[in-house]
Design a protein around this ligand. Structure first.
Ligand code: ATP
Length: 365
């Protein structure tokens, strides 16, 4: 069992950059926690502070009930896997994995047992006599994971471990890391700027921006209920579409208008918008929530635009549609052949709408 708490953590570098601001997080046992956010948001700084490679400016790091702020990295019982695998090129895979154990007073017999145990988990049994130069990128990254897990760390810290791999290998390794977490049942804190990695690997995701936590939640919560405009725009393979909408009331119901088009609302949405009547809000619609309205099904919840670009991606395609000066992205089937410059009607369900306050950029509903 291991638990880690980050309490009111701040980090200001000597150059006065405030990299982390009042960071609060509690990590449960066996969690696979992802820190995700754009470059420079402070992900690596958080990881390095947990590892003890960077001093905390203020706040407390609590591991299993004990404050570890002043504990040396080697005494924290945590292991870290880096972006570049940092293996010793002149050593065999066996020696690379065994490296950390030699200084822990293990006997040769114990070292062998541990290295074989880890090599089996990572399917490296047949590579133990080879050197890193004779292995593929993915195999080398598995060796560096092996070196980290062989010491049975309480928590495994991973800093963009897949970013140096090509796209295909990255997908393969993603699956392997996921399986590894299930087999090892240990706690992992994983840093990435790639939102796909975050959503597919994490049991919980922390979205960061400018040193601040924007949202903490399961991948599903983050995707379905982004807490603000930033998270809504950052998470998703193709970003959410944002439009200005006016909140109106006809005395019976509350509705929205976008470019003269009326958007009906479900009861919950009407309730949260009561105080916004007469004001503007930002609405968000994901590309997969928009459909081409061939049959003119309804006059509500409709946007009219002209296709400016068709982008085919294997089984699916994306259309870029100009709607009154806004470019809207919509997902369609690859089999739907749609010409550019064609005028189309787009339709969406009210329930698929995300609504944000224009000033605070926070989610309204
Ligand atoms: P990336 O995805 O690009 O690695 P990140 O989210 O991991 O970025 P950090 O590396 O933690 O971000 O950096 C956070 C902020 O702190 C940035 O503004 C960065 O320039 C600054 N920073 C990081 N390391 C140092 C340092 N050693 N000295 C001074 N400033 C630093």
């Amino acid at each position: 069992m291991s638990s880690l708490q980050l309490r009111n953590i701040n980090k200001t570098y000597p150059n006065h950059i405030e990299a982390i601001k009042d960071f609060n997080l509690e990590l449960g046992d066996k969690e696979f926690l992802i820190l995700v956010g754009p470059s420079g948001c402070g992900k690596t700084t958080v990881l390095r502070m947990i590892a003890g490679l960077e001093q905390v400016t203020s706040g407390e790091l609590i591991l299993d009930g004990q404050c570890i702020n002043e504990l040396e990295p080697k005494d924290r019982n945590l292991s870290m896997v880096f972006q570049s695998n940092a293996l010793f090129p002149h050593m065999t895979v066996f020696d690379n994995i065994a490296f950390g154990l030699k200084y822990k007073g293990y006997t040769q017999q114990q070292i062998s047992e541990e290295v074989f145990r880890v090599a089996k988990i990572l399917e490296l049994e047949n590579q133990l006599k080879r050197k890193p130069g004779e292995l593929s990128g993915g195999q080398n990254q598995r060796v560096s994971i092996g070196r980290a897990i062989v010491r049975n760390p309480k928590i495994l810290l991973m800093d963009e471990p897949l970013s140096s791999l090509d796209a295909k290998l990255r997908v393969q390794m993603r699956v392997e890391i996921s399986k590894l977490h299930k087999r090892l049942e240990n706690t992992i804190v994983y840093v990435t700027h790639d939102q796909t990695e975050a959503l597919t690997l994490g049991t919980r995701v922390v979205v960061m921006k400018d040193g601040l936590i924007q949202q903490v939640g399961t991948p599903k919560e983050i995707y379905q209920n982004p807490s603000n405009l930033f998270v809504a725009g950052f998470i998703g393979n193709y970003p959410m579409n944002f439009l200005d909408a006016e909140v109106k009331s006809d005395g019976i119901s509350i509705f929205l208008t976008v470019n003269q088009s009326r958007i009906q609302l479900i009861k919950e949405q009407e309730n949260v918008l009561r105080n916004y009547v007469g004001k503007k809000i930002t609405i968000g619609i994901r590309p997969e929530a928009l459909f081409i309205n061939d049959n003119n099904l309804t006059e509500c919840n409709k946007l009219i635009g002209t296709v400016s670009l068709y982008e085919l991606i294997g089984a699916e395609a994306y259309l870029y549609v100009d709607c009154n000066g806004n470019t809207i992205t919509i997902r369609v089937n690859a089999s739907d052949e749609i010409q550019t410059n064609k005028k189309i009607d787009l339709h969406f369900e009210s329930a698929s709408l995300h609504m944000f306050d224009k000033d605070t950029e926070e989610r309204i509903g």
